[in-house]
Ligand binder design. Structure first.
Ligand code: 1HE
Length: 268
């Protein structure tokens, strides 16, 4: 059942495991602005397939260099001169990777800087939390390139910003950045300093939750969104039945009952 992740197998991703169960996965083609070629997506499928069974408590997803990710590798796409069927399979592979992130049950926190564009935004929108720095900007330049989104933007970016803004971004190449991007939901945090540092703090915090609680949060919420309200409520009850009676939670509940656990207070 348990899996191991052999870091030496990865070259397009730089992977680093920390003692507290936080893993840092870095898109590592900065000279190509971390554009997503087929090999990188294959490595993402491999990592995110293994992570839920390998004791990974949280993942920070980052991009090396000044840009998070420039989206589809346009040069590879040009050189491969793909058939419709070929590109459909490329997209299905992206979906496999991104679904494993969103539905895998391990918290994924994206640390964003510079361009988060096209497929880069599709990738970022598959993470559970997005932290941007002051340089980060979001766009869907597919329209200008004679392309269309294929990595889930029609679902995930539309979920974040709504249909009208998504269509505007695609038609006009509109760029969002700064506080406005947070206000629209493209990121949940904007920081003055390094997005990686804040993403690490958030990941360490999430990693302290019980794994089964995190599994439910980072899998059930997304699944339930795809259901009718009736079925979703039913699924929620079933998941809560399992999670909320887990033996590992008893210690935390006891600490609340004996008043030794921290209380929820407003920020100072
Ligand atoms: C790339 C890519 C790429 C850079 N594919 N190679 N995505 C886009 O339309 C974004 C395209 N990229 C850009 O607009 C810019 O490159 C950036 C704003 C991200 C960065 O600008 P800059 O000035 O720092 O870099 P650059 O000089 O444009 O590029 C540096 C190198 O990265 C250069 O390679 P070199 O070998 O000539 O040095 C570029 O070719 C390479 N590079 N971006 C391949 N995207 C499943 S459907 C998804 C649909 C999409 O994602 S459409 C793609 C949208």
């Amino acid at each position: 059942m348990a899996a191991t992740i052999d870091i030496s197998r990865f070259s397009n991703l730089a992977i680093e495991a920390h003692d507290d169960g936080v893993w840092v996965v870095t898109l590592n083609r900065p000279s190509k602005r971390n554009a997503l070629n087929e090999a990188t997506v294959d490595e993402m499928v491999e990592f995110f397939s293994l992570a839920p069974r390998a004791g990974v408590r949280a993942v920070v997803l980052a991009g090396a260099g000044d840009h998070f990710c420039a989206g589809l590798d346009l040069v590879e796409h040009h050189d491969e001169d793909r058939s419709p069927a070929d590109f459909m399979h490329v997209c299905l592979r992206w979906h496999e990777a991104f679904n494993k992130m969103e539905y895998g049950g391990v918290p994924v926190i994206a640390a964003l800087q510079g361009a988060v564009v096209g497929g880069g935004l599709e990738l970022a929108s598959s993470a559970h939390i997005r932290v941007m720095d002051q340089t980060a900007y979001f766009a869907l330049p597919e329209g200008q390139r004679g392309l269309f989104t294929g990595g889930g933007a029609t679902i995930r970016v539309t979920d974040l910003v709504g249909k009208a803004r998504m269509i505007d971004m695609m038609l006009t190449g509109r760029v969002y950045q700064g506080q406005e991007a947070v206000d629209l939901g493209l990121a949940q945090y904007i920081v003055e300093g390094s997005s990686l540092e804040t993403a690490m703090e958030l990941a360490r915090k999430a990693a302290q939750n019980l794994p089964l609680s995190n599994f439910a949060i980072c899998s059930a919420v997304s699944h339930i969104q795809n259901m009718s309200a009736m079925d979703g409520a039913y699924a929620e009850a079933v998941v809560a039945g399992v999670v909320n009676t887990q033996p590992d939670a008893r210690e935390r509940l006891a600490a609340f009952a004996d008043k030794s656990a921290a209380r929820v207070r407003p920020n100072a």
